[in-house]
Design a protein around this ligand. Structure first.
Ligand SMILES: Nc1nc2c(ncn2[C@@H]2O[C@H](COP(=O)(O)OP(=O)(O)OP(=O)(O)O)[C@@H](O)[C@H]2O)c(=O)[nH]1
Ligand SMILES: [Mg+2]
Length: 298
């Protein structure tokens, strides 16, 4: 008898949702950075253990949107959180409270979705005793189905989380092949790996105004070299200069890192070509957001 459990991973930006997803499925399928709003779309991760298939939906961070892109991200969170068997709400030990996610918690309560609160990044706590008052405070206003301290980086508490989720599994066929880790198309993964490297290299507003579109993704007939060509969109001419750097040095360095990640993920040599284009204020242009298919495969 097989069973499955669909779980949405929710929380404010930067709490470690994507790190947790990668840790659970055992492969880097979602990009991670210290910058808030790294994840823009839903990312599905799959883990099959014996009869149980876990399907995780990583989501963008809950925030007050200021652009059309932000509104799309918030809509994505709502859609991912409805109809799941459980929600994992991630927070950090130093969080002041859960007010920023209050609206989503209310919605989950109304729709009867069980919520597991995970206090992530416990590896950053010097004293484990510090956790008790933190948990007491975070659970004051909401009756969570379980509360778990975890570390997405060290893996502490992740087995306990899976055990809790298993309680909400329902008898069903497996929806993905048992060896699948994600259903994201290869092009999307390539675009995201490129965007991650730009997020890690660039500062201030520049990385938030970047979108990556894959123009070519093909393996050569005579060898196993993968040709990827991508357009990096940014919002201002001045940003373009920063992305490219002096004599192209910044872009070269960033794209070498992206190529190495692509080679590791796709398991072959990659020839990566990129060009940078300015698309002013694209985060408020529905036509552009649709044209690069950002929310398409969800
Ligand atoms: N020390 C520590 N750092 C962590 C842990 N989990 C995540 N991080 C770090 O926190 C930062 C944000 O991680 P992400 O996984 O990108 O966070 P996110 O919640 O997906 O962020 P958004 O996509 O922007 O909403 C990164 O620098 C991670 O390395 C953890 O358990 N311990
Ligand atoms: Mg993320």
């Amino acid at each position: 008898m097989t069973q499955s459990v669909f779980a949405a991973i929710l929380g404010v930006p930067n709490v470690g949702k994507s790190t947790l997803l990668n840790r659970i499925v055992g492969e880097k399928i979602a990009i991670v950075s210290p910058k808030p709003q790294t994840t823009r779309t839903r990312v599905t991760g799959v883990l099959t253990e014996g009869e149980t298939q876990f399907v995780f939906l990583d989501t963008p961070g809950i925030h007050k949107p200021r652009t059309l892109l932000g509104e799309g991200m918030i809509k994505t969170i709502g859609e991912a959180a409805s109809g799941v068997d459980a929600a994992i709400l991630l927070c950090e030990p130093h969080d002041a409270g859960l007010a920023p996610v209050g609206e989503f918690l209310e919605r989950l309560k109304k729709s009867g979705v069980p919520v597991i609160l995970c206090v992530n990044k416990i590896d950053t706590l010097r004293e484990k005793e510090a956790l008790l008052p933190i948990i007491a405070k975070l659970t004051e206003d909401y009756d969570f189905d379980a509360v778990l301290p975890i570390s997405a980086v060290t893996g502490e508490g992740v087995d306990e989380l899976k055990a809790e989720l298993k309680k909400f599994a329902v008898p069903s066929p497996h929806f993905f092949p048992d060896d699948a880790v994600t259903d994201q198309p290869d092009r999307v993964i390539a675009a995201e790996l490129i965007r991650e490297k730009l997020l890690l290299t660039l500062d201030h507003e520049v990385p938030h105004g970047i979108a990556v579109e894959i123009e070519q993704f093909s393996t050569r007939e005579d060898s196993d070299i993968l040709d990827i060509s991508a357009v990096i969109y940014c919002e201002k001419e001045s940003h373009k200069g920063i992305i490219i750097g002096k004599k192209g040095a910044t872009l070269k360095k960033t794209m070498t890192a992206a190529r190495l990640d692509c080679e590791a993920f796709f398991g072959c040599k990659v020839n990566l070509r990129t060009r940078v284009k300015v698309k002013e204020n694209w985060r408020n242009r529905a036509g552009f957001i649709n044209s690069i298919g950002m929310f398409e495969q969800q």
